[in-house]
Design a protein around this ligand. Structure first.
Ligand code: SF4
Ligand code: SF4
Length: 359
């Protein structure tokens, strides 16, 4: 891993191009939920270890952090293998809590509540996992920084942006710009396809990709998967916000062959309904949009979906169900469910279209 990383960083001259001696560096990993590394939910510990060692070798002082939307941070870090990396290298593990206002976001969200811990660091290195995402199509570098919004506050953004995926993506891009990571690295050694970001299928794609420009990096990885940039709401948002270089980007170093991504599965229930006016959604598209549904046979009654739901739409006592009148279709429940019991169903207009497509 160290060798692959050093080849990747070579065009820039190694970690010293991004980290100076004595700088405090946050390694922002993906600790979405409790899962062993082979499930491809979290950043792989070997990637985190190689980056931490590289940062330390140039005199940086790393800490490893994230803020899972639900579940014990420590338990998730332990199961992911990242706690062991921190212990072995003697570096702190940090839960990104303590929300404080940060100014300079994207209209109409100029003020964002992010973890105050960010202020302690000179640099952020963004260590994202390559995964599918039922709302954002793919979870890559830009999406990974949503983790600096402490815990359940993430759900409030779904509420504020309602079901407009592009508006939500603008918030994500705004957070990315505010955090401004020195370098973003995508762990695509084992990616997740299908029903990501937590219940998809691991797929051996065997690559690492990195860039100081996380937006260009996301565009590159989307292209590897055969997806045009406009298919990703975050890239659409970045373009709208004038953050995409019209000259494109320069590719440096090794590139994985297309055979590794052939037939890469996207989520079955990808939305084709972005930027739907609410009145129209209620009157017509409500019949065909995706709706969360809890499969009682799979549900373990852990209550996580109910706790994370920003709209208090999970109701019922012995058996949980979704109150669709209240539900804002943020799909946090599906993301967090450890049992894969929250399914996304489409209405009658889309019946028969069982596949979300292949890349
Ligand atoms: S649907 Fe999933 S998250 Fe909700 S209670 Fe059942 S198992 Fe837990
Ligand atoms: S029920 Fe699920 S999709 Fe609906 S608002 Fe709650 S968390 Fe979001």
């Amino acid at each position: 891993m160290a060798e692959a990383l050093s080849r990747l960083l070579k065009p820039w001259g190694g970690w010293s191009a991004f980290v100076s001696p004595g700088e405090r560096v946050l390694l922002k990993v993906n600790l979405l939920s409790q899962a062993a590394p082979e499930r491809a939910v979290t950043t792989h510990p070997s990637v985190v270890e190689a980056v931490a060692r590289g940062v330390m070798a140039v005199g940086g002082i790393p800490e490893i952090g994230d803020s899972p939307p639900f579940g014990g941070f420590r338990a998730i870090a332990r199961e992911s293998g990242i706690e062991e990396v921190a212990r072995k290298l003697g570096i702190p593990l940090l839960e990104l809590g303590n929300p404080k206002p940060f100014e300079g976001g994207v209209p109409p969200f100029q003020r964002l509540l992010l973890s105050q811990e960010l202020r302690r660091f000179d640099k952020v290195i963004n260590l994202a996992k390559v995964k599918t995402h039922t709302k954002m199509v793919l979870s890559l570098a830009v999406k990974n920084l949503f983790g600096v919004v402490p815990g359940k506050l993430k759900g409030e953004w779904h509420l504020k942006t309602h079901r407009d995926d592009l508006l939500f993506a603008m918030v994500l891009v705004g957070i990315y710009r505010m955090v401004n990571p020195a370098f973003s690295l995508l762990d695509g050694i084992v990616s997740m396809e299908g029903e990501g970001p937590s219940n998809g299928t691991p797929r051996n794609t065997g690559f690492l990709a990195g860039s100081p420009d996380g937006i260009a990096l996301d565009a590159y990885v989307a292209s590897l998967l055969g997806l045009p940039a406009k298919r990703l709401p975050t890239l659409q948002a970045a373009e709208r916000m004038g953050l995409v270089d019209p000259g494109g980007y320069e590719l440096l170093g090794e590139r994985p062959g297309p055979e590794r991504f052939q037939g890469f599965l996207l989520p079955k229930t990808l939305s084709g309904e972005r930027r739907v006016p609410l009145w129209f959604a209620r009157l017509y598209l409500g019949l065909r949009e995706r709706r969360p549904w809890i499969d009682a046979a799979l549900c373990e009654r852990c209550g996580r979906c109910r706790q994370i739901c920003p709209a208090q739409a999970i109701v019922g006592e012995g058996e949980f169900r979704v109150d669709l009148e209240r539900c804002i279709r943020c799909f946090c429940c599906q993301e967090i469910c450890p049992a894969g019991a929250v399914l996304l169903k489409k209405g009658w207009k889309s019946r028969g279209n069982k596949s979300g497509g292949r890349a």
